[in-house]
Write a protein that binds this ligand. Structure first.
Ligand code: T5A
Length: 212
């Protein structure tokens, strides 16, 4: 979906664990708000009350979902997020910045868990919104591991999956980015928070007609 004259703009941040997506999404939102742009910062899974309930079910380590059920749960949360949060904000003309969106389902469930990629692609095509711009934050595994360890929180269900799983997820994000170079911009996230923020702002400046 390319933005119409009155529509907002939809930006997503994607990447593996500890890439710094939440940090960069928040910093971009603050920079755009400081420049006077209307911005809404949100996240997946979650971003709406019902979707946050589903997030709890998906991240808890008590239950392993069957692959198809896990895909549908992510898309149920996404449907709620889109209807309650994203579409109203885009209709107002906001710049919506989401920490993760449908590429995460393809990378984590499709590539990481080996779930049905054709089903994920089909469900993604049916979504009523599509990001205008996606930042793919890429980190080396050692850097990501250090950042996750630094947070000192209990690992959620996906964080607790092994190195091989996270390597498949990273490969998945790389394939998605290669397949959609107009939408997906890969940014190295190994530098400092400010280095990565500068790189993100440079991309936004170079996509000015699409973003602001
Ligand atoms: N998931 C999600 C699926 O399986 N399928 C789906 O369809 C969707 C939507 C979400 C989980 O759900 C999975 C993927 C995830 O496993 P989450 O808690 O939201 O769970 O997980 P993440 O999105 O991975 O959040 P993280 O917090 O792990 O990673 P971020 O957001 O990439 O990293 P961030 O910004 O929180 O930073 C982590 C730490 O590193 C520091 C920060 O201060 C923080 O302490 N940091 C840096 N330090 C040094 N240099 C930098 N450049 C830094 N950037 C951040």
């Amino acid at each position: 979906m390319l933005p119409g004259p009155d529509a907002g703009v939809f930006i997503t941040f994607e990447g593996g664990e500890g890439a710094g997506k939440s940090t960069q999404a928040r910093m971009l939102a603050e920079a755009l708000a400081a420049a006077g742009e209307p911005v809404l910062c949100t996240r997946e899974p979650g971003g709406a009350p019902g979707a946050e309930i589903l997030r709890g079910l998906l991240l808890a380590r008590e239950h392993d979902w069957s692959p198809a059920a896990e895909i549908y749960l992510h898309f149920a949360a996404r449907a709620e997020h889109i209807a309650r949060t994203i579409q109203p904000a885009l209709a107002r003309g906001d710049i919506v910045i989401s920490d993760r969106f449908a590429d995460s389902t393809m990378a984590y469930q499709g590539y990481g868990l080996g779930a049905d990629r054709a089903l994920i692609a089909a469900l993604t095509c049916l979504l009523p919104v599509r990001p205008d711009l996606t930042f793919m934050l890429q980190t080396s595994p050692a850097v990501a591991a250090n950042r996750i360890a630094g947070r000192r929180q209990a690992l959620d269900r996906y964080e607790a999956m092994g190195t091989a799983f996270h390597t498949r997820v990273a490969d998945g994000f790389a394939e998605i980015a290669a397949a959609e170079p107009d939408r997906c911009i890969t940014v190295s996230a190994d530098g400092t928070v400010d280095d990565v923020h500068r790189a993100v702002l440079a991309v936004v400046a170079s996509h000015r007609s699409r973003v602001v």
